[in-house]
Ligand binder design. Structure first.
Ligand SMILES: [Zn+2]
Length: 175
């Protein structure tokens, strides 16, 4: 393992305030840990980076490019979430970025901000010949995407009208 990586959770936490500034200033989104064994969670060029701990107060593993981010932080090296690697998920990420700039950061169905919960929805499903081109794609929350997965395009548009209205009324916005 890389010698610049802290071995203990305490050592990692000492660095964390500055590491967090480093991440945010380079386009990373620092997320809340999703369980007790996560010390830190943030977006990386590979997707989501997570720093894990074990029950002995040691940092046990660095996933999703978290180690590269920390090593770059310690070395003062260049690192940026914008510089995503063009492999595997890179293509999906590229589509997501294209859709974000076309449609903005709102779920196609409910209209609420997507945040970290982004799925790519095919309006015409791939199994029905829908192309994997952004003309046929929208961004949606995983749950919203799932709730309309089996519907036709016309039904999806009606579901969208209903979900947008529901979201607005829940937030006390009168139409
Ligand atoms: Zn939604």
């Amino acid at each position: 393992m890389n010698a610049t990586l802290p071995a203990s959770v305490d050592a990692f936490r000492k660095h964390f305030p500055k590491f967090k500034d480093f991440l945010v200033s380079r386009g990373s989104e620092v997320l809340a840990p999703s369980n007790a064994f996560e010390v830190a969670r943030f977006t990386t060029p590979q997707g989501i980076g997570v720093v894990y701990r074990n029950g002995k107060g040691q940092v046990s593993s660095w996933q999703g490019g978290a180690d590269e981010a920390f090593a770059a932080f310690r070395a003062g090296a260049s690192w940026s979430v914008g510089a995503r690697k063009a492999k595997g998920k890179g293509k999906v990420r590229h589509q997501i970025n294209a859709l974000l700039s076309r449609d903005g950061d709102g779920c196609f169905f409910c209209g609420r901000p997507l945040g970290d919960d982004i799925t790519v929805e095919h309006l015409v499903p791939a199994v029905h010949g829908g192309p994997n081109h952004i003309s046929n794609l929208v961004l949606a929350h995983a749950a919203c995407n799932q709730s309309v997965g089996h519907l036709s395009v016309a039904e999806k548009v009606r579901a969208r009208d209903r979900m947008t209205k529901d979201a607005a009324s829940q937030e006390g916005i009168s139409a």
